[in-house]
Design a protein around this ligand. Sequence first.
Ligand code: GAL
Length: 445
Amino acid sequence: MTVDLTKKLGGRASRRHLLKGSAAVGAGALVAGRLAGLAAAQDATPAASAATGQLEVFSWWTSPGEAPALQALFDAYSALYPDVEVINAAVAGGAGVNARAVLATRLQGNQPPDSWQVHVGRELIDNYVVPGYCEPITDLYESEGLLEAMPQTLIDQASQDGEQYSVPVGVHRGNGFWYNRQVMEENGITVGETMSIEEFLTAAETLQAAGIVPLSLATKDTFAAAQTFENTLLAVAGPEKYDQLFKGEADWDDADVRTAAETYGKMLAFVNEDHPALTWDQATAMVIEGNAGFNSMGDWAYGEVVARDAVENTGWVSHPGTNGSFVLVVDSFTLPVGAPNPENARNWLRVLGSREAQEAFNPLKGSIPARTDINREIFSPYHQWSIDSFANDALVPSCAHGQASSPAFQQAFYDALLGFVDDQDVDTLVLNLQDAAALDAEMAS
Ligand code: GAL
């Protein structure tokens, strides 16, 4: 049985009826093994085996790395609920820029999917909880033991007024900096455990002189320009001031903000000219394929590395100057008010919260599990590094990925940084950010 979702959504969404044996065979096998325990436990529950109908899941996971990871979650669900038809309503576009617009239209038209992807924090609360689009799932947190299994900081960011509203499935580190080991070696560049901005600029000179793009950038996905700036701001201002700025507690006309913008300008001298034509995964692919030295990207880039079988040749450090900080980008899923298949949606969320699903999904996605009771041995050296960073470093939310600020400020931040990539005018950037913060404060009062 298939459903023509493309028609239902006016041609905007892709439709895939998900079956095992597709591109994600490896992921499927992995999930099947890890889920054996969970399935055995839950097959005993009559509701689980009896479930039928559909489950429509809305996300923006369509890239070569994202799609198999999403498939691993579907496989986890289907292993327990084989008679439910899973509909993948993913809308392409990094950081959900396109998906959020499509979702807004659907929600306004009372046509919610059964669950949608959302970042915890302001994106979840401002866009969906406050307007009344989400059901609280506090009972599910309790029945599944999620309050004990997840760190308080994630629980808090998925909560409003004492109720939980989404289940975090993975924690991305937004301040990743990826490099091609062979390119570095061939050019005599040694990358240590950390990298300062100065070290990066020196390495970039060397690569440029050798005719290699030093830093790959993609601005077709509007988030990337903003993300690279927020990471550079974190490097210059440090986690405390970074946090204050996005909370509206510090003025954007600040010496550190200006230095960060100037530094970003210096970095932009080393990017590929075709960045407006590239999506984020294409910029990451430039590093994987040896056409660029470095790529500044959250660790969904590691999902691309896994999908393209490039683990051995890909190195990582924190975005220059941000060692000691972890930029939080937490993916979670909701239970909509008026979900067409609420029981299937609740079971989906139960699966997402399980250790088994999180252990199957995150190795492919590049994120670390939201649960802390996982078996870290099954994770790659990169993941182990990120797990340690999450445990020990300063945690700050990402604005480029909706967690740190209001949706309106996030949009203004995108626009201001896209403008800056073009004109590199520090005064204009500072003014735009000040204006956006002032508007935000006015709206909040
Ligand atoms: C982020 C999301 C990640 C990844 C990335 C690129 O916002 O949290 O899971 O998908 O966008 O699309």
